[in-house]
Write a new protein. Structure first.
Lengths: 375, 375, 375, 375
């Protein structure tokens, strides 16, 4: 049951006596009663909030500390079972101004997921697009259409919509990771499908290979299997390993130091996870990137249509979102609402600041409605 | 100020003691208090409504009668001025289960707009995509970037985002028409921009040409001006005249009678308004079509991701939307929520049933998430 | 049997003793004999002609007078039958420097085709793309997949590859028109398929409707039949009528006079025949356009990758191609070889100069190798 | 000066008295003299060869032995200097039935290139697309827009059109490799541009890094630098290293053995070099692939529009092209003309048969004229 569902109808016109509105007369009141009766609402009472000069997000900049996320997930691990129905031990970030709903932003879901040693999460599939990102730990494998994919620190696992998937923890320790999905987008815009799969992962799929089939087939720069030439909506490469991401970021900074244009701005390296069948975003609705700020470096201030969720992968620094500012460290997550200015700065010291980011920009690009403003 | 904005935070977990949920223990209560404190919501209390097996629209099938729309618009014409601030004398359909908001569906805005003789609506532009469709009357011209476009019965006028536009009624009678926009989509997903233009339309733009510049440049089947070869997000053709639409529909039925595959199904002709620069939808977020059911003919039952709004252009018939059914006539408007089955049938008699339709399918097609189910 | 086929092998190295070449020594001669023996040719003897600084066409600018074309076609009409085997009474322009082959340019075929009263041309299909354009006369219908298409002065009929087609002259006079195809391109690059169809057009396809099925289905600006939503390689609209082309050109000049950007340059209107399913060229390999120069007006000088063939549709004027210049009138045809500068100027007087043009630019655009240079 | 240029005009009609042709009468002779005079050629004398039922290649299946290529290149290395004017010490395969021209097929250039120790090849750029492939040796670096790229056995280096490039041999041994280009295509179709660059490579570009800038920026599976988001016509990744290609092929065979669909057919692995900005072919006109046949395995017989050139990278086997058949080994090169059936089979024994292939299929796909027939 949603917030919207419980609100009473009919329409209530609360803007009767405000500046810029027609003078309240008996005729106007009668008109507005007519509107209410016929389920109508005039534009002139609504236009300011409905059609703002630029996006005015209903979401608020907010930070979730990793130690809290990790602590509560662990607590849940000990008292909430995982299984059919609840499906996943996933705990979602709920933006403070989105009515207590599990929405990091109006379009994005971000959650910490947790599996105890030996546990399985049952198989299902959904049209919502998803990914996993691992900030710490190991021991869980995600099984996608029968292909077991190892999850280790720094790995990124895209999960395009409508693929069967389950998880199993084959280690002796619990493991946490984050999930990102377009659940709020699909919920608001009413385009979601879901199907239950097998309740149990069969023993022969409880495998723990170092590399998945998908990596063995697709994990080579610029090489496509000739047996698989179609462009697919989501990436067929199901794991992007940290060793590659880390090296790509380091090399951008090294190339910059050698005078070659490789970074976004001085000291700011970034890679985008892409679909090797078409070079586009790894998922049709979610953009995923890893950013690295060299020690002491700051990103350019950026405003963008659509919202982003970040997780600090490593290092420490300061981030500014709209009028908020936080000192952040490993695992901390925060949301940048639509069109709010964002800047990050790495602390001076030994380490660079690594930020994993996901956002909904592909949706707006697909309908030719994306905008970015720098500086 | 929106419904969402006024809801209190923090998160409230109301699903504590329900079937399929973990047993309520002090540990669980403490866990849930921890979630509330840290702005977190678990998946397992939400998954049923958040991730349904198929789209479960928050909207309700609903019908608005044209005589009511027309009557209230006329009433408004006599007491509510049109001008800067309110911008337009537009009265929107408010779906009964969407909380009193001016949303025909979660993504679509549909309104009747009304101008008194001699009135102007001031210039503005917005990133939301729009169109006008004329079910009756004449006398108003829409001025787009200085190009005056006549509006007559049956005409369809697309209005791609971010073009300056105003309206003027140059006749001696009031005129009503309908507007369709993606306002709720842009509002929920936070991608909207708006800019005010000139308060007054200068006298030299109060022109009333029979055909606009855009038609004179683009209004020929399959012919493109070589001076304008770029593909544009929205159609550069700013009026699709009834004479063409009517003829195209008649010819489909005639071709069908001659044994040629031209209709969607027996007795069901349909044309889609398209962007001549790329053959795609006339607007990047809104699909617009005109359907004609031969007297007595019925459409195939169809479920589709995304919502539609229909207006009866001519004829009479019966429409079924989900579990609702209405007898409809000229001007009546109704909404088909996402994934609800829809069928229309023309009455037996002289006339065919003409239905103007708009929907949000281009959004879902652009992100490769569209689905249709027939029968 | 082609020119290439009759040339003797092996390789002959004729560049032995030229400036810029290695000194002729016994060792070099032995090396070159080795090359000949092993079917090898060095780059250094060939590079100048093979890899020029810009395209150096093997074709020559050339003009064919319509009265000669018409006269010889008529002569052929009286002594050469049309039927299976020869397939068409088509007489092709043979560029003077292309070895006596029926190539207007290295990629394009242009021919006058001629049918006597009551004659049929038998059915076939080929992967080569084709069109017909009518500079004078009427009475012939082209039958495409059973759809009879009238051919009248000014009409343009595209004929995408691999569609069955035949012609019949249902009038009491002979009729001539021009055909354009990509035969030389397909021949050189070896991608052509051909299939014979029915020897006789059945009586029920000897119809002479004013408008073809395809026009009745597709011939409306910006309207697509919802029953046919796929993008097709070639246009499904099988006739582009002169009434539309003429009006579009007139309106461009009228809009220019009213101060609106509608023409290519002052006094130079032009429309491109386009595929309504995607807004692209009417055929995947051939661009077709109609140009109109207002009396006294001149086009801008233009060089372009690829070759063009023009036919004067109406009016008189002067055209310059490379170092050639001709005074032209109705029906005259000429070729503009790749990268040769082209300008046209309408005579002063009553009439504008109308030029039908076709060229191979879509090929080079498709492989991202097109270039244009103005002025 | 080309073969075509030296052929005399005007048109000569040699088909006067043949079956299927009109009876030779004085009137016909006069008509044909009229055609000759006006530079015209009828279709009916030409159609059989011009418009065949399927592609009939002017090229012949032919094999060049690597030891001959290597020997003659070495001989040239000792007597023909490399420098401005001749540009490259490249020796091209000349198909025996293409008139002694340096065309492996009507569209493709294939050559062995050779540099002596310490030699440089001067800088230039051209619109023709190119690649290098290394079957043996090392020591040469290709410098592309200042980026030095190592060339080692098994490496593939694409070279998109219009990039500056030079080569330098920084080793103590000569080195040979093969070049592939679309020179014949560009020559016939007249779309080529060429520009000379610096005569000398400056000392600071005589670098010999293990990995080029381009690899350091682009050489990671599925990761794109956020600073470079445009889709480019040719791949920005300038070296595809053998270690990746070899592993990708081995894994396809291993996956096949594990029951996973990864190969083209049993025992036949293949990867396509792709452009990471769009997943398409590495060059807009040339497809490049590496094929591996497991010991004893055979490929399926395949006919395809367009021509291919193969080089044996490793192993031994038998190849059949049309009616020819050869036993092949490392370095041997052969051409498969358009629409000729092709099969390869690895010898039984220790090693698999590795075949490097390039072909012109992207051209035909771009104009939607590609066809493949299996079996």
């Amino acid at each position: 049951m949603t917030t919207m569902d419980v609100l009473p109808s009919p329409v209530r016109l609360q803007a009767l006596d405000k500046p810029g509105q027609p003078a309240v007369t008996p005729a106007l009141e009668e008109l507005y009663r007519g509107f209410e009766q016929e389920m109508l609402v005039p534009l002139w009472t609504e236009i300011g909030s409905l059609m703002p000069l630029h996006p005015q997000s209903k979401a608020t900049p907010h930070l979730w500390r990793w130690n809290n996320l990790r602590r509560l997930a662990d607590q849940a691990g000990h008292i909430v079972p995982v299984g059919r129905g609840g499906e996943r031990r996933a705990i979602a970030l709920a933006n403070p101004s989105l009515g207590g709903r599990p929405y990091a932003s109006p379009t994005l879901w971000a959650a910490i997921q947790y599996l105890m040693p030996g546990e399985d999460a049952p198989e299902h599939r959904h049209s919502q697009h998803a990914f996993r990102f691992v900030v710490e730990g190991e021991g869980v494998w995600t099984v996608v259409n029968g292909d077991s994919i190892r999850m280790s620190r720094g790995d990124f696992l895209p999960q395009g919509g409508w693929n069967w998937h389950a998880h199993h923890n084959s280690a002796t320790e619990p493991m946490a990771w984050i999930d990102g999905l377009d659940i709020p987008f699909a919920y608001h815009n009413e385009c979601a499908f879901f199907e239950f799969g097998r309740d149990e992962i069969p023993p022969e799929e409880h495998t723990t290979p170092e590399f998945s089939f998908s990596e063995r087939l697709w994990g080579y720069p610029g090489l496509r299997p000739v047996s698989q030439l179609e462009s697919t909506a989501s990436s067929p490469l199901l794991a992007y390993r940290w060793v590659d991401t880390d090296k790509a970021l380091n090399e951008q900074l090294a190339l910059e130091a050698e005078g070659y244009a490789a970074t976004l701005s001085p000291g700011h390296a970034a890679v985008r996870y892409s679909n090797p069948t078409n070079g586009r975003d790894v998922l049709p609705t979610i953009r995923c990137e890893m950013h690295r700020l060299r020690t002491g470096a700051a990103s350019q201030t950026r405003r963008e249509v659509g919202s982003s969720v970040y997780q600090v992968f490593d290092g420490t620094g300061t981030v500014r979102v709209g009028e908020r500012q936080w000192q952040v460290q490993r695992g901390d997550m925060f949301v940048v609402p639509s069109w709010q200015p964002f800047t990050a700065q790495a602390d001076n010291g030994q380490a660079s600041l690594d930020l994993f980011r996901f956002c909904d920009a592909p949706i707006f690009e697909a309908i030719q409605g994306h905008r970015v403003q720098m500086g």
